[in-house]
Design a protein around this ligand. Structure first.
Ligand SMILES: Nc1ncnc2c1ncn2[C@@H]1O[C@H](COP(=O)(O)OP(=O)(O)O)[C@@H](O)[C@H]1O
Ligand SMILES: [Mg+2]
Length: 260
């Protein structure tokens, strides 16, 4: 839990680390992820308390050293951190933005994730609610869990694309092809093992995605994320751009039928 505070006139955040309480759900997800070889989706241990606080403090230092825009740790106790304010909630910004504004925000986030990956960084849960926007820079927060405890770096970076895709898919419900094109451009630059893993995992999830498409708004967001990341890691960007132009041209072509 994080609460906004003011220190010497500056906004900051006081983050408390309660005890972990999701053991059963995490155990189930771990079982499913192992059973179906979905390594990127394996949940890292959720420690809670001092363990979680220590992981977040360490990860924030690592990420800062890798050039990622994360909050400075202003103060630290056993189970609390005081963090620099890095901006408004990215989620709130996405909600308020119009279509062009959303594309700009999502484009900036994709560029920030891709650059961090190039520097060897990984996030874990780059969802819009764990990101900030100060009008210029995307900030990243919430690092209580370390995916490298259960997967390698390429799998963790693939996981980042899946998480991010899932987080923003709800804003592209009627334009998934636009999101796919932006992600595909980033995937062009990503490491081969990362793209291959993202492709393999989303490939195994495709049947599930087709069922989820009919399962309400969240189901559709998850389905779109799976299909969008799968598509983005399949085609070269140029091919995709042509397909999208085609789609915009007559509005008939269903990209997802092509992928499926
Ligand atoms: N450094 C920060 N700068 C700006 N907003 C923050 C910061 N830290 C936390 N927040 C806000 O508090 C919320 C919860 O913080 P987070 O670190 O994601 O904790 P939780 O584990 O509760 O999800 C975030 O979604 C964000 O809106
Ligand atoms: Mg969070």
């Amino acid at each position: 839990m994080a609460e906004p505070i003011v220190i010497e006139g500056q906004r900051a955040w006081l983050k408390h680390y309660g005890e972990g309480s999701r053991a059963v759900a995490l155990g189930l997800l771990n079982f499913v992820a192992r059973r179906f070889h979905l390594d990127a989706l394996r949940p890292p241990p959720h420690r809670g308390g001092a363990g979680a606080c220590g992981i977040e403090a360490r990860r924030l230092l690592e990420l800062k050293a890798q050039g990622v825009h994360v909050p400075e740790v202003i103060g630290q106790g056993d189970t609390v951190l005081v963090l620099e304010h890095t901006g408004d909630s990215f989620n709130a910004c996405l909600r308020k933005a119009d279509m062009a504004g959303r594309d700009r925000l999502v484009g900036a986030a994709i560029a920030a994730i891709a650059e961090a990956h190039r520097n060897g960084a990984y996030f874990g849960q780059p969802l819009p609610r764990n990101m900030t926007w100060d009008g210029q820079r995307v900030g990243f927060i919430d690092f209580e869990e370390d995916p490298l405890e259960v997967m390698d770096q390429a799998q963790a970076q693939a996981r980042d694309w899946l998480m991010f895709g899932y987080g923003v898919a709800r804003y592209y419900d009627d334009r998934p092809q636009a999101l796919e094109a932006m992600l595909a451009a980033a995937m062009e630059q990503a490491g081969k093992p990362v793209v291959e893993h993202a492709h393999a995992v989303t490939g195994r999830l495709r049947r599930l995605a087709r069922m989820l498409r009919r399962a309400g708004k969240s189901g559709r967001a998850l389905a779109h994320a799976i299909l969008v990341v799968h598509g983005a890691s399949t085609f070269g960007f140029v091919v995709l751009a042509v397909l999208c132009l085609d789609l915009l041209g007559d509005g008939e072509l269903d990209l997802f039928d092509l992928i499926g």
